[in-house]
Design a protein around this ligand. Structure first.
Ligand code: SF4
Ligand code: SF4
Ligand code: SF4
Length: 529
């Protein structure tokens, strides 16, 4: 079957010598194999492994040197970590963990290498083609609304009074970056949208919304940025996303219709879910983040989902969960890839409609905002109401009969931009915190709708200023005297913990992080029981 495609990344040292020997001998190397010679298996990141599938591979093999013989010292270990984590993500996504394999060879075993390659090709034949659609390389014509002039007009950027309030409020400017939203807008108005520095500036915006919050003319700069990114994306002028584009690849891969994800498989046994229930729980990407970041940050974002389900059960709700839910598409929309965002949105909307549920609960502020607002605004209305778990909890706790054990720590709270500014609901977590007996909230100077961003958004534009912003935020949290920084968004937790990894400042930047939903799940009890 000539249309099968199997990529073999082959380390230049040990395995390549064995492979070359096979070629010299005219050995029966399967024709499906496309060999890519690399300097070291450790250089093949998770993003490159996933990108291979996005480019149409049915199987990928990474062949490195044997442990202890890597020329660069740690290559074999990195290759092992990258492969096993990507395999776990492929498994959760429903692509099949066995489509990606790692092996190690020295030059002296060419026949063993040949047998291994032939066995891998046979295994891929048995699995069939990869369900991922190769990422479309041809784009249609840009819609008329997708020109810088039309985007400026649509967002009424001309209303700008040039007062500079946006610049003095901007999260990036506060971190010391020479960054001015009005200046970026002015350059785009002046016809310089295609200048590389303008593009880079558009890409760097955190879309945190602080500038919009302060703007007297209501110029919605984040929405303007989002449209400009769609323009750049259409013209293939996207700047490098973070983590090699792994998450964007993952989200695009999820648009494949015949994926069979297994995302809820590892739920603890005591959690009760029920197919066909009137309440549906939407998990989002948290389980994937835990696998991707596990070696570095020790984040536990999947626990937010488990704790949300526990709390729903606590209030006698056994929700349905859908194996075929995909990412909500937030990051694709905010990096300009509307085409794939809409594919995800339509796929999710169909799955929600098929479930028959009337209410959908989600624990992530980005998922909430995307499902509740961006889906309908982009022509994908949902046949159910969308509720954030904080709203559900506030509704239930308000009925009485529950109490809280003390959390046993002083806390401060990092607002999620999508919840505090975009949805105007910074009151919700505070109401919940006020109900938590013995848990005093020590607010940072900038909080609520004026809170500073966690330093990154939509997996794009992370730079030294993002890091500086995170360090400032953690420092500010520590200065309140708190022992725990409570977060409400899995990505805030990831980004703040990322800054805490700084080996040079480990001591100064340590602060326990915990999601508010998890803190509630840990302390709530029925009064009188
Ligand atoms: S705050 Fe608004 S009006 Fe003032 S410079 Fe910025 S975009 Fe223009
Ligand atoms: S959205 Fe945030 S990062 Fe972007 S310009 Fe406004 S304040 Fe600055
Ligand atoms: S802050 Fe850390 S986790 Fe977040 S995007 Fe940047 S490097 Fe990645």
């Amino acid at each position: 079957m000539p249309d099968y495609k199997i990529i073999v990344f082959l380390c230049n040292w040990g395995p390549h010598a064995a492979f070359q020997h096979l070629q010299d001998q005219g050995a029966d190397i399967p024709s499906e194999i496309k060999m890519i010679r690399i300097p070291c298996s450790g250089r093949i990141t998770k993003a490159l492994l996933l990108r291979s599938f996005e480019m149409g591979a049915d199987g990928v093999m990474l062949l490195g040197c044997q442990s202890g013989t890597c020329r660069y010292g740690s290559g074999t270990r990195s290759a092992h970590g990258n492969t096993s984590e990507t395999c776990r993500i492929l498994d959760l996504m429903g692509i099949g963990a066995d489509r990606l394999q790692l092996d190690n060879f020295l030059p002296d075993r060419p026949q063993v290498l040949l047998a291994r390659l032939q066995a891998f090709v046979r295994q891929i034949y048995e699995m069939g083609h990869s369900p991922i659609l190769p990422h479309a390389s041809v784009r249609g014509e840009a819609p008329a609304a997708l020109t810088p002039e039309a985007i400026v007009a649509a967002h009424d950027v001309f209303a700008c009074q040039d007062c500079g309030k946006c610049t003095s409020a901007c999260s990036l400017a506060l971190a010391g970056k020479p960054y001015s939203p009005r200046e970026i807008a002015n350059r785009i108005i002046a016809g310089r949208a295609d200048d590389p520095d303008v593009r880079q500036a558009v890409n760097a915006c955190l879309t945190c919304g602080l500038c919009y919050e302060r703007c007297p003319s209501a110029v919605n700069f984040p929405a303007f940025i989002r449209s400009m990114r769609a323009y750049y994306h259409h013209h293939r002028l996207v700047e490098a996303p973070t983590h090699g584009g792994f998450f964007q690849s993952m989200m695009r891969a999820m648009t494949a219709e015949n994926l069979l994800p297994r995302r809820w498989r590892d739920l603890p046994a005591e959690i009760r879910t029920r197919a066909g229930a009137p309440v549906l729980f939407f998990g989002g990407c948290a389980p994937y983040f835990d696998i991707f970041f596990n070696r570095f940050l020790g984040v536990q974002t999947a626990r937010i989902l488990e704790d949300s389900l526990r709390l729903l059960n606590f209030f006698d709700v056994e929700p349905a969960v859908l194996e075929n839910e995909t990412c909500c598409g937030h990051d694709l929309l905010w990096t300009g890839d509307r085409e794939n965002f809409l594919r995800l949105a339509r796929r999710n909307a169909r799955a929600f409609a098929d479930s028959g549920a009337g209410e959908l609960v989600t624990a992530c502020p980005e998922c909430y905002h995307t499902l509740a607002h961006d889906y309908p605004e982009n022509g994908v209305p949902l046949p159910l109401t969308v509720t954030h778990i904080h709203e559900f909890l506030e509704r239930e706790i308000d009925k009485g009969a529950v109490g809280f054990k003390p959390l046993g720590a002083t806390v401060t709270f990092q607002d999620a931009c999508r919840q505090s500014r975009f949805d105007g609901r910074s009151d919700l977590p505070r109401k919940l915190l006020a109900r938590m007996t013995g848990t005093e909230l020590l607010e940072m100077p900038e909080s609520g709708s004026g809170a500073v961003c966690c330093g990154n958004s939509a997996w794009t534009g992370c730079d030294a200023y993002s890091k500086s912003l995170q360090v400032k935020r953690i420092t500010s949290a520590r200065q309140t005297g708190s022992e725990v920084i409570l977060t409400a968004c899995p990505k805030c937790q990831i980004h703040l913990r990322c800054a805490m990894e700084d080996a040079m400042r480990a001591e100064d930047l340590q602060l326990e992080t915990m999601d508010l939903t998890s803190a509630i799940a840990r302390t709530i009890y029925w009064e009188g029981s």
